[in-house]
Design a protein around this ligand. Structure first.
Ligand code: SAH
Length: 222
């Protein structure tokens, strides 16, 4: 059963106009990838948050989604997606650890061939799977599992994105990268400073790490 009527277009605080204002804000904050901005302007974030929060869905903030989790801030979703797409060979097969509301997966879906996304909280996994299906995101596959183990059955991936922060990078995620693939992951202690890292698997099998900005994510829990 659907939680509510799916008003994909939106009206008032969820209208295209309001979404365009969000896109302008992201531009001001430095997001440059036009394809990413375009997808953000089309993605119905108001249908992925609790109905009571729908009017705030196009503010550039994280919002609670229950179970102590949050839907990521649009800026950070845009930034991570931009980092994921950067480079000569755009990734086709992508793994996301931490499905949550499904927003990051929904933003990735039109930009890559296939999104595999893993969530460890069962009610969240179920609710999000249902809404993504109702919204007809056919290239997103959802899994209920501990994503710190990656998703061995579908590996290797052209990119992996983690939307929950471990204190240390789980080795399985490194192992499941294809050659030349990138892992985009916030790393650090809960409550302390976390850094958004981009780790690339090189031709010779070694890894290079680049630190980007300081971020705040919920913890990746084993
Ligand atoms: N990408 C989400 C962000 C949700 S917050 C969105 O756009 O809304 C991060 C999510 O990661 C939470 O739902 C949390 O339950 C999940 N998570 C934390 N540790 C995990 C793990 N080890 N495996 C899978 N999911 C995990």
């Amino acid at each position: 059963m659907l939680p509510r009527k799916l008003d994909v277009q939106g009206i008032g605080m969820t209208s295209q106009r309001t979404r365009n204002r969000l896109v302008e804000r992201l531009r001001e904050k430095g997001i440059r990838n036009e394809a990413v901005l375009q997808v953000i302007s089309k993605t119905p974030r108001h249908l992925l948050v609790d109905e009571a929060l729908a009017s705030r869905a196009y503010e550039d903030t994280a919002l609670p989604i229950g179970h102590g989790q949050t839907i990521s801030q649009p800026y950070i979703v845009a930034r991570m997606t931009e980092l994921l797409l950067a480079g000569e060979n755009p990734p086709r097969k992508v793994l996301e650890v931490g499905t949550g509301s499904g927003y990051q997966a929904a933003v990735l879906a039109p930009l890559v061939d296939k999104v595999f996304t893993v969530e460890r909280i069962e009610p969240l996994y179920r609710a999000t799977r249902e809404i993504l299906q109702a919204l007809d995101y056919r290239n997103i596959r959802t899994y209920l599992s501990d994503g710190s183990w990656g998703l061995a059955s579908e590996a290797p991936f052209d990119a992996i994105i983690a939307t929950a922060a471990p204190e240390e990078v789980p080795p399985a995620l490194l192992e499941q990268l294809a050659i030349g693939a990138k892992l985009i992951i916030p790393v650090g202690k809960q409550g302390g400073l976390q850094w958004l890292q981009v780790i690339t698997r090189m031709d010779d099998g070694t890894y290079t790490t680049v630190d980007h900005e300081a971020v705040q994510f919920v913890p990746m829990i084993k």
